[in-house]
Design a protein around this ligand. Structure first.
Ligand code: FAD
Length: 355
């Protein structure tokens, strides 16, 4: 039983189905929708950490294989579900200021293609010099479409969806046989995996009090400009993502505001100003949508992917913060290997749940 039907839960379910298990996903809202701040629907869809040289090796071990995995998965999902997740290698242009030496050294070491270029050649305005970095192999996917495709695939593969079903915070126990819902129902399974994103700590605080996960809100704007960017662009914490159908995303924020999943006028103005600075033609374009999502925030962006410290048939796959979409495939492979008692392909110790 998987608790939480975001990208991490759905990817874990897919991996378990591929291993021949029967799977139920319990989701308090609806999978592949956005009701109260679920992160997976809301995300930008860049399959790459924004500045990977700023992260530790354990973070990069989980993000490294994401793009190759989604390239194949999106083709499989299109074939088997008829839903196009809009995977595209649109490349990533980094505008200054950033640590160019660290960036180039990291790219060389990790065999990520990178070229020093002039921003002016890419139809964008760089306010702080023309010294940009072009990463042509960086890819994106469209999260709402990916989630729809995943949902359909899981349904076709006999995963039981218990939607509009919320589990109560877990009480201390040695072994978990059943877990109570807010309606008083008791749901049973052999093994349980918590993939409840920003809500994971609330669910587990009585049994894993050191789990360090809190909601971190991100707001994002949507445009449909007359002329779009050709590539994704990043500048000082802000990014823009052109979609295949002509839409353009501009985001995002990192806000420590608890479970408030609203949007604010001040952030709308802040993001609009940053977007127009890079792409002045946006000044005359309407913002057609503005939303937010609650990321499962963790120190150093390090998720917990491990057995529960005391409850023997309970596992955690949560806390992927800014890169849950990118990390979900490697993370699902890791947790399912641990559940099967196998030695995982990557070292699992950095993601251990503190007891
Ligand atoms: C603005 C923004 C931009 C982002 N951009 C990117 C990006 O470009 N690239 C990238 O890799 N990542 C990005 N992310 C991060 C990424 O979206 C998250 O890391 C990822 O979605 C986390 O997935 P999740 O499945 O853990 O959480 P969620 O998608 O939040 O899913 C958790 C689910 O658990 C359910 N749930 C919670 N409690 C219970 C309960 N008690 N019972 C039943 N169900 C429950 C919730 O309803 C929810 O559906 C972005 C996030 C935001 C907000």
């Amino acid at each position: 039983m998987i608790i939480g039907g975001g990208i991490v839960g759905c990817m874990t379910a897919m991996e378990l189905v591929n291993r021949g298990h029967r799977v139920t996903i319990v989701e308090r809202n609806q999978i592949a929708s956005q009701t109260s701040g679920e992160s997976s629907w809301a995300g930008g869809g860049i399959i790459f950490p924004l500045l990977p040289w700023q992260y530790s090796q354990p973070v990069n071990n989980l993000t490294r294989t994401g793009a190759d995995f989604y390239r194949e998965l999106s083709q499989k999902l299109l074939r088997e579900t008829d839903v196009d997740a809009n995977f595209v290698q649109s490349g990533f242009l980094l505008l200054p200021e950033f640590d160019k030496d660290a960036a180039l050294a990291w790219c060389e070491k990790n065999q990520v293609e990178a070229q020093a270029v002039k921003a002016a050649n890419y139809d964008v305005q760089s306010l702080s010099g023309d010294d940009a970095l072009w990463l042509p192999k960086v890819c994106q996917i469209r999260p709402p479409y990916l989630m729809q495709a995943m949902r359909k695939w899981l349904e076709q593969n006999n995963v039981t969806m218990r939607e509009h079903t919320q589990l109560l915070p877990l009480q201390e126990t040695e072994a978990l046989n059943e877990w109570q819902t807010t309606n008083g129902e008791k749901l049973s399974a052999d093994q349980f995996v918590v993939t409840s994103g920003a809500w994971s700590f609330d669910l587990l605080k009585q049994t894993a009090s050191k789990l360090n996960i809190k909601p971190m809100r991100g707001q994002i704007l949507l445009y449909k400009p007359e002329t779009n960017l050709r590539q994704m662009v990043y500048r000082e914490g802000f990014y823009m993502i052109p979609r295949l159908d002509g839409h353009l995303l501009a985001g995002s924020t990192l806000e420590d505001v608890g479970f408030d999943n609203g949007v604010t006028e001040s952030v709308r103005d802040e993001l609009r100003i940053k977007a127009e600075a890079i792409m002045p033609t946006l000044k005359h374009q309407p913002i057609i949508k503005h939303w937010s999502g609650l990321r499962p925030g963790t120190p150093e962006n390090l998720p917990t992917i491990s057995a529960h410290p005391t409850i023997k048939n309970l596992y955690l796959n949560t806390g992927h913060f800014r890169y849950g979409l990118t990390m979900a495939p490697a993370s699902a492979k890791l947790i399912t290997a641990l559940m099967a008692g196998e030695t995982p392909q990557i070292d699992a110790s950095p993601y251990q749940c503190a007891s």
